[in-house]
Design a protein around this ligand. Structure first.
Ligand code: CMC
Length: 429
């Protein structure tokens, strides 16, 4: 971080100087830390649209240009050339691994994929029809009851072990949440498979027959994980950072992130997007549906983004994956894919969407792809949570290691009643 010319702020008869910091990319940042002490005023920014909540070196987004970089590398290059585990290493360590470092990291993650035997019993406490995200929130939070030896957030090695445990165990927990909901036996991890192949096998293998991983599906799944690995200070990541700022243990913080991700404006949007495509049903009904969006009866799910005011770079890769997966295991003429393409075309040529800079986001095509792979809609956000765990944990580690870190404690613009005296119930008019 470097300093540039400071800003002057005049408030009533007081003028103060505010330092202005410059990052390596992105807008300058007004440092208002002394504002309250010097002016007795707060800033007001609901939804944090103009607020940088932290300094970070992990992910950069230029929403106007449609750019997403992880540690400087464009998402398109990572999706095409890297693997999810390599991206995990990159997010956690800041650099792409050397061959020996990668091998060690892969071995470590592979060796942590099993769950404590008693942990498996935990699942049967949930109703069979529980939403898998409800199971995820509970189960991931419960990890802190099983791994007492990695809860000391001030110990670098324990932080590292927690990170490995979370990345490694999420696929096992997510697959169990799925298996439990469909009433099939749990499938244990198999170390000879890659991270993503192992996850697919834990989801789709049954004891009655041999399961062979389809390489096109495994590649697409790995890419989907890469596309969802991190996205700077979004709602769930900010939740993880805020929870962690109090010193809470990493498993509890990630459980908080999962709870936030479940919301339909965030990770729940892919589930909603596919439901929307099903509801539209045929390309002929797209125009009528779009008219309803313009009448503000509902939102076009999988469209629009707080930061991207251009095509979400992840959506481009996702559309390509949808094509590949449908050709390999689905129906390339899948009516829902046709609906999605028509909807995208209609929306992108309509002034309502153009003027508001609403473009497809990563969730627009992910539902169709995941559905063709065999996942029910309720699992979509679980897959997002699995992939985002590395982003959450990298951001959490960065926060703990930041010397300027403080407990997150926003203030407010109070508009409630002024001080008044208590009235006994018998005397209230
Ligand atoms: N459909 C129709 N209109 C929309 C949409 C949409 N999907 N998104 C925004 N708008 C309109 C909105 O009505 C408003 O219009 P006006 O100014 O006339 O009132 C304008 O665009 C700005 O909307 P906003 O709500 O202020 O924008 P925001 O930046 O707060 O919202 C968003 C971002 C993602 C919550 C929103 O675009 C949305 O609800 N999208 C649908 C849900 C979705 O696909 N979410 C996934 C996001 S990507 C995955 C992730 O990172 O979690």
């Amino acid at each position: 971080m470097t300093q540039t010319s400071p800003a002057q702020l005049t408030l009533g008869d007081k003028t103060i100087t505010l330092p202005v910091s410059k990052g390596t990319l992105g807008p300058d940042v007004l440092d208002i830390r002394k504002l309250y002490a010097e002016t007795d005023a707060f800033t007001y920014d609901p939804g944090f649209t103009s607020t940088a909540s932290c300094e970070s070196k992990i992910t950069f987004i230029d929403g106007d240009a449609g750019v997403l970089l992880h540690r400087g590398y464009p998402i398109g290059q990572l999706a095409e050339k890297s693997s999810f585990l390599e991206v995990c290493y990159l997010l956690l360590h800041g650099e792409l691994p050397q061959a020996a470092e990668y091998e060690q990291f892969e071995t470590t993650i592979t060796r942590h994929t099993m769950l404590h035997e008693q942990f498996d019993r935990f699942f049967s406490g949930f109703r069979r029809d529980a939403h898998p995200m409800a199971v995820m929130t509970g189960a991931v939070g419960a990890l802190s009851a099983f791994y007492h030896d990695s809860l000391d957030i001030h110990d670098l090695r324990q932080r590292e072990i927690s990170a490995h445990r979370l990345i490694a165990k999420m696929p096992t927990i997510a697959a169990r949440a799925f298996k439990y909901s469909v009433g099939q036996p749990f499938v244990h991890p198999l170390n000879k498979l890659s991270y993503t192949e192992n996850f697919l096998r834990m989801c789709f293998a049954v004891p009655a027959e041999e399961y062979v991983v389809n390489p096109v599906v495994a590649k697409a799944m790995d890419r989907i994980f890469i596309l969802h690995a991190d996205h700077e200070q979004n709602a769930s990541t900010s939740t993880v950072r805020l929870a962690g700022s109090s010193g809470a243990n990493p498993f509890a913080c990630i459980a908080a992130g999962i709870a936030c991700l479940w919301g339909p404006s965030h990770g729940g949007a892919n589930e909603e997007a596919l439901n929307m495509l099903k509801e539209i049903g045929t390309p002929e009904r797209v125009k009528e549906f779009v008219a309803g969006v313009k009448d503000r009866k509902y939102r076009l799910m999988g469209f629009g983004h707080r930061v991207y005011k251009n095509y979400d770079p992840r959506a481009t890769v996702m559309k390509q994956s949808a094509d590949e997966v449908l050709a390999a295991v689905g129906d390339p003429n899948d009516p829902l894919f046709q609906v999605a393409k028509e909807l995208e075309q209609v929306a992108l040529s309509d002034d309502f969407f153009i003027s508001r800079k609403l473009y497809p986001n990563v969730d627009f095509y992910s539902g169709i792809t995941l559905s063709a792979m065999g996942f029910p809609t309720t699992m979509f956000t679980v897959l997002f949570a699995l992939a985002r765990t590395v982003g959450w944990i990298a951001q959490w580690k960065e926060m703990i290691e930041d010397p300027s870190q403080k407990i997150g404690r926003p203030r407010q613009l109070y508009t409630g009643a002024t001080q008044r005296d208590y009235v006994p119930i018998s005397s209230r008019g």
